[in-house]
Design a protein around this ligand. Structure first.
Ligand code: ZN
Ligand code: ZN
Length: 382
């Protein structure tokens, strides 16, 4: 009976093209989670043994990491093992996962759930999922709801390209990508049927951005460039083929287009004195610290000869961007800034605005990634 059920399960579930393994809750340390199921049945493996198939009455599982391995609790029955796999009967099934002893929220995911133990006796939680289902979660996490279809197509293509270009980024961890912004945010809340995000991912299925030589293009993006795309060299000290600086006329009349921040003058002075031994006692130098203009993006504060990268100031004062000017106002310095994020690659606010003005996804992609080609690739990754 078990074998027959397993055959029926696998027959209906397998046969899809490209799957990806994602590390979940990758920046958190978890010792135990609660899992429940929605929309259909799952088979449960401990190590390589088929233990049981969930019933439809809302089974809850508790998985805990211990010094000896994993401890799986299914309605009071305990299984000790080193790995657990939950495989859905059909792709539309989804499960809920809630970290215990933590204030992290419950999340919903489709696909398989794989659990192992880390060397430090914590849980390693992974989602093995169809590429398009993964991308639906990424597009929602990275772009939010309420955007236009053409914009979601853009976000789908750059997120797919990113996933394939960075396929081995977490090799040492045993998965392809993590669910954090370190890779791409993937905080999947399952979307309602026939929604715009899922349609956009499916409409652009297998489409990627490549260089002329067909290798995957670097598809960096950010929230708002403040009117000028950054050169990667200014942000990461190294150039990245195909990415360069240019003016973006589409993003300035948006919420994130401009920002202002007040910093007490003493805090501002102390930082430059302590970190860069800046001669603040000299009135000419002091004046440089409090009168700084950035009409076009720069990579260094005041002048390159002082060796103060703007990205260090951004990090220290948690600024939205490095694209700011400084003036003195009473006992404060006022930073008048533009944009949000590193500014490299595609500007999301600009791209959303282009979509609203009637540009196609292809036109938007070629504007932000001028040296690339849109290609349909074979869905099977070797
Ligand atoms: Zn990552
Ligand atoms: Zn922009």
């Amino acid at each position: 009976m078990k074998k027959l059920l397993l055959f029926l399960f696998l027959n209906s579930y397998f046969g899809f093209s490209q799957k990806i393994m994602i590390g979940l809750f990758a920046d958190h340390t978890l010792r135990s989670v609660d899992i429940s199921f929605q929309n259909g049945l799952y088979i449960i493996f401990t190590d390589s043994t088929l233990q049981r198939i969930t019933d439809s009455s809302g089974t809850h599982l508790k998985i805990e990491a211990t010094e000896k391995g994993l401890r799986l609790n299914i309605a009071g029955v305990i299984y000790n093992c080193n790995s657990i796999k939950l495989i859905p009967e059909k792709v539309s099934n989804f499960f809920r996962i809630k970290p215990l002893n933590s204030n992290l929220k419950e999340r919903l995911y489709e696909g398989e759930l794989h659990v192992e133990k880390t060397e430090k006796n914590n849980l390693k939680i992974m989602n093995f999922i169809e590429m398009n289902d993964y991308l639906e979660g990424v597009v929602e996490s990275e772009a939010g709801r309420g955007q236009l279809f053409e914009y979601y197509k853009v976000q789908s293509i750059i997120s797919r390209t990113f996933a394939l270009r960075n396929w081995n980024k977490h090799d040492k961890d045993g998965f392809n990508l993590c669910d954090q912004v370190h890779c791409q945010a993937y905080l999947h809340k399952r979307n309602a049927p026939k929604n715009t995000i899922d349609s956009a991912v499916n409409a652009t299925s297998n489409f990627v951005l490549t260089y002329q030589d067909t290798s995957f293009a670097p598809t960096f993006f950010h929230a708002n460039c403040g009117g000028q795309i950054s050169d990667p060299e200014w942000v990461w000290n190294s150039s990245i083929g195909g990415l360069c600086t240019f003016n973006d006329p589409y993003c300035m009349n948006t919420k994130q287009g401009t920002w202002t921040k007040y910093i007490p003058l003493t805090v501002w002075k102390d930082y430059f004195k302590k970190t860069y031994d800046f001669p603040i006692e000299d009135s000419a130098y002091f004046s440089l610290l409090t009168n700084f203009k950035q009409d076009q993006r720069m990579s260094f504060f005041i002048h390159p000869q002082f060796g103060i990268p703007l990205r260090d100031i951004r990090e220290e004062f948690r600024l939205k961007s490095t694209y700011f000017s400084v003036k003195l106002e009473g006992n404060n310095v006022v930073l008048i800034g533009r944009g949000f994020g590193h500014g490299v690659g595609l500007c999301q606010d600009g791209a959303m605005q282009m979509a609203k003005s009637g540009y196609s996804s292809e036109e938007i992609l070629y504007f932000y990634y001028p040296n690339t080609r849109l290609r349909e690739q074979n869905p099977i990754r070797k």
